[in-house]
Design a protein around this ligand. Structure first.
Ligand code: COA
Ligand code: AMP
Length: 631
């Protein structure tokens, strides 16, 4: 029997024993009373009764095993040329100092600490320090602008905000302080304290008693005695809130615990990612996304490996050889990135000629996620890198892969276009709208039979009703992933699209509803629809169709560019919203719902059939003409 099948069947036949064994790889201050307890509403609590701390397991555990001098974190900034290395002991010292800073600012167990930072080691230190004292971190992606940040501040009500004077993007400095000030004003909630890391590229002014400079507090904290203590928390105590796009404009605050998450991540590092303690693991993502939480920060450190934190882009910093330079320079064995990054490298260096300049002999595997990895991209990467290239599928909600090719167990045959097979813990099914299971090869909603395994979301922050509504009410007994796909004859899973209004732009999950909300706030816009237009590099980019108020006399081009700037200013440049047209009407069903799926087919130039429910078929023909004229 294949090793994967054997392990999957072990989980199926005795899930509690499976997870109990996995939990044995970690330290528990107090052992658990039960492996699993179902608490209704689709929720499962893992390792109830236990006391633990994920920070202890990520740092102290390795030091106690005599590995304090082993490198935990390598920082490489292609933006500034800076590099840094922290051993496990050095990282612990920085984390403890930051933990003291937070405690001195009044942060207690259960308080929220919001982290709005670029890709610098201090962001990782801040996350671990927050976890260490039992507080809850809320990391906000540095590419989000004031309004998105404001919603998260308002939802999490952080006692302290940790930020930096700036982020660095190619050709421009992103000043965080004005965005933060604006967000606090818009969010109508002020933290007790703000701590700012001053970066040499741009320093900002600090005002009043509540704004502090990062290193002056850290230096002071390092002089305080007994600063290494770790707060033991219940296994189900919240570790973090990570907001992700839902179908409405309001993001969902995914809540993750300490105990279940650390067990799942540790298991995945060896069995899925095939990473040893002596390996350097690089997730080229951002700490603001789930990939950053799970596989820049917690996963590799729980495994006792070296994690790499990279500030830069796959191309243009300075060229398409940057990834290969980083792999060689730091001895990376595993790279995890989004397919869009590989597409960007392929576009800039189609023959992979820059590779010849680097020695990639220790590099042995590439994992791709965040969007479906198209076969062309995988095959190109396989050819130039000569290592397994693995598409795998997961979501902010699950925290770790639902489906993958588990290289740590064995390499299964690669089927292009598939994210391979379900991982232990995930019983994946395909159902139709009525909830009936579909046969192999038929496409439908992808759902996971409950209970969800350790590591998955435990609730939505202060929104238990939304939690049940979003994930468990449509298909009772199952978790709804929001993705559509099918399982083929060999049992391989193919994830094809979303079933909702979420789009995926360069591996970033965005809500069309959130963009529509901003566009509709323009005084000349009566209504609008945002759809995801197919894009060769980014997978999808938002495309807007705007209906203007009656009597608007201004030029359409002027209004479109104002709308585009508004989205950039309120949500952020990361939306990559650059295209919109003005139309006379939007196609709707007779009950008034905008026919977004039909609009998408139209804009992508695909065949579409006239929806039976359409109110006025002429509207689609008018839009088709406007689209042709705008090309
Ligand atoms: N802070 C501020 N602005 C940011 C930002 C951040 N952290 N991240 C992105 N932006 C801005 C960029 O500067 C850019 O602004 P511009 O419109 O002024 O050029 C815009 O948001 C879009 O950025 P990006 O998505 O990075 O696109 P790009 O065109 O600059 O680069 C790729 C294209 C493919 C190289 C890039 O999208 C990429 O590296 N993608 C990988 C995605 C990824 O890691 N996803 C995580 C899931 S695993
Ligand atoms: P996020 O929560 O930001 O990680 O986005 C999760 C969503 O990205 C999923 O629900 C999918 O729609 C999409 N996605 C992520 N990985 C893959 C993949 N390997 N194949 C297809 N879609 C993916």
């Amino acid at each position: 029997m294949s090793r994967y099948k054997e392990v999957y069947e072990h989980w199926q036949s005795d899930p509690d024993n499976f997870w109990e064994e996995a939990a044995g790889d970690l330290d528990w201050h107090r052992p658990f009373d039960s492996v699993r307890s179902d608490v209704g509403n689709g929720s499962t609590r893992w390792f109830a009764g236990a006391e633990c701390n994920i920070c202890w397991n990520a740092l102290d555990r390795h030091i106690a095993e005599g590995r304090g001098d082993y490198v935990a974190l390598v920082y490489d900034s292609a933006m500034t040329g800076a590099q840094a290395r922290y051993t496990y002991s050095e990282l612990l010292e920085e984390v403890c100092a930051m933990a003291v800073v937070l405690r001195d600012l009044g942060v207690e167990k259960g308080d929220r600490v919001l982290i709005y930072m670029p890709m610098v080691p201090e962001a990782v230190i801040a996350m671990l320090a927050t976890a260490r004292i039992g507080a809850i971190h809320v990391v906000v992606f540095g590419g989000f602008a004031a309004k998105e940040l404001a919603t998260r501040i308002q939802d999490a009500k952080p006692k302290v905000i940790l930020s930096a004077s700036c982020g660095l993007e190619p050709g421009r400095i992103v000043e965080y302080k004005p965005l933060l000030d604006e967000a606090i004003r818009l969010g109508l909630f002020s933290p007790d304290h703000t701590v700012i890391l001053q970066r040499p590229s741009h320093e900002c002014e600090l005002a009043g008693q509540s704004e502090h400079e990062w290193y002056s507090l850290v230096q002071k904290a390092k002089l305080e005695p007994g600063h290494t203590s770790c707060e033991w928390v219940g296994s189900n105590h919240p570790l973090y809130i990570l907001h992700t796009s839902g179908t409405t404009g309001v993001p969902k605050g995914i809540v993750r615990d300490h105990g279940g998450y650390m067990v799942a991540l540790k298991w995945s590092m060896t069995n899925i990612y095939n990473v040893k303690q002596t390996d350097v693991f690089w997730a080229a993502s951002d700490v603001g996304w789930v990939v950053g939480h799970s596989y820049i920060v917690y996963g590799p450190l729980l495994n006792g490996s070296t994690t790499l934190l990279f500030e830069g882009k796959p191309v243009g910093t300075p060229d398409a050889g940057t990834f290969w330079r980083v792999i060689e320079e730091h001895g990376v064995s595993t790279l995890f990135t989004a397919p869009t990054a590989i597409r960007a490298i392929k576009k800039a260096d189609p023959q992979g000629t820059l590779l010849a300049e680097y020695d990639l002999s220790v590099f042995n595997q590439l994992f791709l996620a965040g969007e479906r990895a198209d076969p062309d991209t995988i095959q190109w990467a396989e050819k130039i890198l000569n290592v397994p290239v693995i598409d795998h599928w997961w979501q902010t909600e699950t925290g770790w892969p639902i489906a993958a090719n588990p290289l740590g167990l064995e390499q299964l045959p690669i089927v292009y276009g598939s994210s391979c097979v379900p991982m232990p813990g995930f019983d994946v099914r395909i159902v139709n709208d009525g909830g009936s299971e579909l046969a192999k090869g038929l496409q439908g909603s992808v759902v996971v039979k409950l209970p969800l395994p350790p590591g998955c979301l435990v609730t939505l922050w202060h929104n238990e009703e939304g939690f049940v509504d979003s994930y468990f009410s449509e298909f009772p007994g199952y978790y709804k992933t929001g993705d559509a796909g099918y399982i083929d004859d060999q049992g391989y899973l193919h994830i094809m699209s979303r079933v909702d209004d979420i789009i995926n732009v360069a591996g970033h999950r965005l809500s069309t509803g959130a963009i529509e909300q901003v566009v509709a706030s323009h005084p000349d816009v009566a209504e609008c629809a945002i759809i995801g237009l197919a894009d060769e590099l980014k997978g999808e980019v938002p495309f807007g169709m705007l209906v203007l108020n009656d009597g608007v006399q201004r030029s359409e081009g002027e209004i479109v560019s104002e709308v585009i700037n508004l989205v950039r200013a309120e949500i952020g440049a990361v939306t990559a919203f650059r295209k919109a047209i003005v139309v006379a009407q939007l196609p709707k069903t007779r009950s008034g719902k905008i026919l977004r799926r039909t609009l998408k087919s139209l804009a992508d130039g695909k065949e579409y059939s006239m929806p039976a429910t359409i109110d006025n078929p002429g509207v689609l023909q008018d839009i088709e003409i406007t689209l042709k004229n705008s090309e």
